[in-house]
Design a protein around this ligand. Sequence first.
Ligand code: ZN
Length: 350
Amino acid sequence: MRRLNLLYLLPALAILSCSKDSITPDTEEQLIETKELSANVEVAYPQDFGLLSDVYFAGKKITVEEIDGDYVYEGDILLPSNMITSQDVKLVYEIGEEPQEKSVGRTSGRWPNNTVYYSIDNNLSDKNRATDAIKHWESNTSLKFVQRTSQSNYIYFTTGSGCSSYVGMIGGKQNITLAPGCSTGNTIHEIGHAVGLWHEQSRVDRDKHIKINYSNIQSGREHNFKTYADSGSDGDEFTSNLDFGSIMLYSSYSFSSNGQPTIVKLDGSTFNAQRNALSAGDKTGINAMYGGSTGGTTEPTAPEYINGEYYVIYGLTVLRHNDEWWYYSRTYSMWREVELKSNNRWYYAR
Ligand SMILES: [Zn+2]
């Protein structure tokens, strides 16, 4: 699961919440939104379809939607513009090679010392969503959340068109957007992204557990259903099965064009996306990423990297394998071992 590990919202929510007794969708779009609402999944720009473009991010080629200057991936994931390039750029150097002075943005991804700094926009409505979600994270994981004073790297909870977040610590101020309809559960999900989780249905081995019904997906949104393997990060996944209880999983009806399920179990049955709490699997994954056990009072320990998992570290998507780092080089069309040097640049190991 939780590869490095890195959804959506509806203005309709606000309307629906204040007129529960008069929901009579009269257009196809409203029907879709109503379904999306029942699914409780997150969308950054529920009302907009962005321009689709193929870009490079962390050494992978992926399809993103460009909306309002944001690069949106899989519905609610924002990718930092300084880590996006239109052309493949060099992220791994040969031994002895001088790195380019200028490079695409780099991030170590995880929050040092298990400590996440944050600040809440004064104008954000229902701030309890953020503080309650933080309490949930603190009582279930070894992560600590501290109100920012002068730290330069921090999460900023602010209002937006939908629910959205970046994945992992990207460096500097990074927004989690919460439209009025985003729930505490949606906020727990968005914090999941911000501490480094991607979506559960994007696991490389997800086809062993779920089936994607492409014919039911909204036109132009098919790219949201790619696996990391589709994005060029092929490899083994050694961890446990896809977790149908994960708060990071889409629902069966996400991005449906016709009210029919887009994701089903292998036996054809549908499932709900829960947005109440971190699942046992979510907690296990996070504590493996960050060290420590559940319970918030544990002393933070150094993160352990899990063989078979993908991580984005200093701008590169790397696979942990045999306690070494491996990178799939498109230049060489093969996996090569890589090492992170003290200048925080990646080099081929041999
Ligand atoms: Zn999400």
